[in-house]
Design a protein around this ligand. Structure first.
Ligand code: FEO
Ligand code: CA
Ligand code: CA
Length: 570
């Protein structure tokens, strides 16, 4: 497609950009009109605000804090994590670290991090002791297995299958330092772990009749539920058919779902939630509607793919964790139509448009059952008018206004190299609503200083923090960005939508999975794929987080200190 040929999405964006000043005043006005959503959220979550990708956050009242609590850092191409003066980082749970007495080790390429206070199930919110869940998105043949010449070598495949999935790791703060604690709940879910398919697609032909499947892969971003489970999102799952197919019984139809994992029970089998559809799941932004139904916003990270919303059939019961464990088995899946601001129902029996949808060339039905709709949600969604947008990556919900922020990374097919962040607001401030309106929040590019927005996280004051996933390097169109960076954006006040640089990552790395302790004093952040373009162990492009005595870069968490905490005035 030529750049001149504008997609529907770009025509819609054009209509919004010209109204930029109007948008800014609408944002300011929106805060005042937000109480209904904020109150609903407060009621559902016992007064705590919902920040940190669903992780608990200590309450800060209804106070905005409009300035960043740091002095911005300059862009650079250094092979280090650059932080503002007064901030420091500690390498924690790097790839390969031992996590339990069975000999399990932390996987490769850290992404989403879930923070589960160790006392969460007793109503606590410890900021010094927690189970972390770390998504391990994908392997790197050079660093994992070492065989770069034969991707299908069984030993190579085995090493890669063990390096992906999710790591559950207990960590504790002693003094100023965090450490991994050997805990019986520490475990690895990898590409060989038995997982159960639940919901409408379980046992159906579209998954080869399977009810139990092997592994969880492509674990990108995710979310946390109010009942203390992880939702891990299976994003890029197709490529393994070729590389792992012969050496394993890898089946891509068993991947590409949202999988729910209980970090508090090492014997609990991960559950794939087929009612939430199968696509390139990037993220899961979880909240509760006023009536207690669970609402999850999700993006399909692909050029010209859609934004989705799932609404559970049942309602959350704060006193019945066992019942909550089945809430995501059944519910309604919707796709966003940004041209009309409507959520379109992806239910074969209740939406005639799905029955009427035919392939333009062949005249054949696009889908013939609800199992087909869910197993290839993208095809069904596009067939009924879901709006193809520019790679929806993370989605997060503003803790004070209830607005839903969507990071659209970029889409070179339509000349959008830098991406943008848009925000939508549900009708009547009801997350279960059938319609919404939306605006642009920030636009990437040399003038705004950021590019390719990926993971988002709000602090409880309502400020947005964002990490980039950009091509990097000197002499590229992304040179202005430097290495991938982390930014802070006020969402109200005079600097609304303005990007303040908080951190710059090491060479070729992407920072992912930001999450704070509930007191706001430690930020955990993943450093993913440092040195990923290294051609051999003799030509490494990064040495970030190398083990003592070696120079091989390691994906890792870092624990960043220096934050004043949510209660502090800055
Ligand atoms: Fe795994 Fe779309 O980032
Ligand atoms: Ca991502
Ligand atoms: Ca990404």
């Amino acid at each position: 497609m030529s750049v001149a040929e504008k997609s529907l999405w770009h025509k819609l964006l054009d209509g919004k950009v010209s109204r930029r000043m109007v948008i800014q005043s609408a944002i300011a006005a929106g805060v005042a009109g937000s109480l209904k959503v904020a109150e609903a959220q407060g009621a559902a979550q016992s007064g705590d605000v919902n920040a940190n990708n669903g992780a608990p956050a200590a309450s800060v009242g209804n106070r905005a804090q409009l300035r960043p609590p740091f002095s911005t850092v300059e862009t650079n191409f250094n092979d280090d994590l650059t932080l503002p003066v007064g901030y420091d980082y500690q390498v924690l749970a790097p790839w390969g670290e031992l996590i339990n007495e069975r000999g399990d080790t932390v996987g490769y390429n850290h992404d989403f991090v879930g923070y589960f206070p160790i006392d969460l199930l007793e109503g606590g919110s410890s900021s010094a002791d927690a189970l972390l869940t770390i998504n391990q998105e994908y392997p790197n043949a050079l660093f994992v297995g070492g065989n770069v010449d034969n991707a299908t070598d069984p030993k190579q495949v085995e090493a890669e299958m063990k390096a992906v999935g999710v790591s559950v790791v207990r960590v504790r703060r002693g003094g100023n330092a965090w450490e991994v604690v050997m805990d019986p709940r520490n475990r690895r879910i990898d590409a060989t772990t038995e997982c159960e398919l639940t919901g409408p697609v379980r046992g159906k032909e579209v998954v080869g009749g399977a009810t139990v499947v092997k592994g969880s892969v492509g674990n990108c971003s995710g979310g946390q539920t109010p009942w203390g489970t992880l939702l891990t999102c299976e994003e890029n799952v197709d490529g393994y058919t070729e590389t792992w197919g012969e050496a394993s019984d890898y089946d891509a139809t068993h991947q590409g779902w949202i999988t729910e994992i209980d970090p508090f029970d090492a014997s609990a089998r991960p559950k794939k939630r087929t009612a939430m559809g199968r696509f390139r799941h990037e993220n899961a932004a979880v909240t509760l509607a006023a009536d207690g139904r669970v609402v999850v916003y999700m993006g399909d990270d692909m050029r010209d793919a859609c934004v989705y919303k799932f609404v559970s059939k049942g309602s959350y019961n704060p006193d019945d964790r066992a019942a909550n464990m089945d809430l995501l088995v059944e519910g309604d899946l919707y796709v966003a139509d940004f041209s009309s601001g409507a959520w379109l129902l992806l239910d074969y029996d209740r939406n005639q448009d799905l029955k009427d949808a035919v392939d333009e060339e062949t005249g054949a039905s696009v889908v013939r059952s609800q199992a087909q709709v869910l197993a290839d949600a993208r095809t069904a969604a596009l067939a009924i008018g879901g709006t193809p947008v520019d790679r929806p990556e993370d989605i997060e919900i503003h803790p004070r206004t209830g607005e839903v922020y969507v990071a659209l990374t970029n889409n070179s097919d339509h000349g959008n190299y830098y991406g943008q962040i848009v925000k939508l607001r549900e009708s009547a401030d009801d997350w279960a609503a059938a319609s919404f309106h939306w605006e642009i929040f920030a636009v990437g590019g040399p003038q705004s200083g950021f590019s390719s927005p990926d993971n988002l996280v709000f602090d409880p004051h309502g400020n947005l923090w964002m990490v980039t996933d950009s091509g990097t390097g000197e002499d590229s169109i992304y040179e202005f960005l430097g290495n991938n960076s982390m930014f802070f954006f006020p969402t109200e006040g005079p600097d609304v939508g303005k990007a303040f640089r908080f951190a710059v990552g090491p060479n070729e790395a992407e920072m992912t999975g930001p999450v704070w302790t509930p007191d706001g004093k430690t930020l955990f952040l993943s450093i993913q794929h440092p040195g990923e373009d290294s051609e051999s162990l003799d030509a490494l492009t990064s040495n970030f987080a190398a083990k003592e005595g070696t120079n091989v870069p390691r994906p890792t968490l870092v624990a960043i200190s220096g934050f004043p905490g949510w209660g502090a005035d800055v």
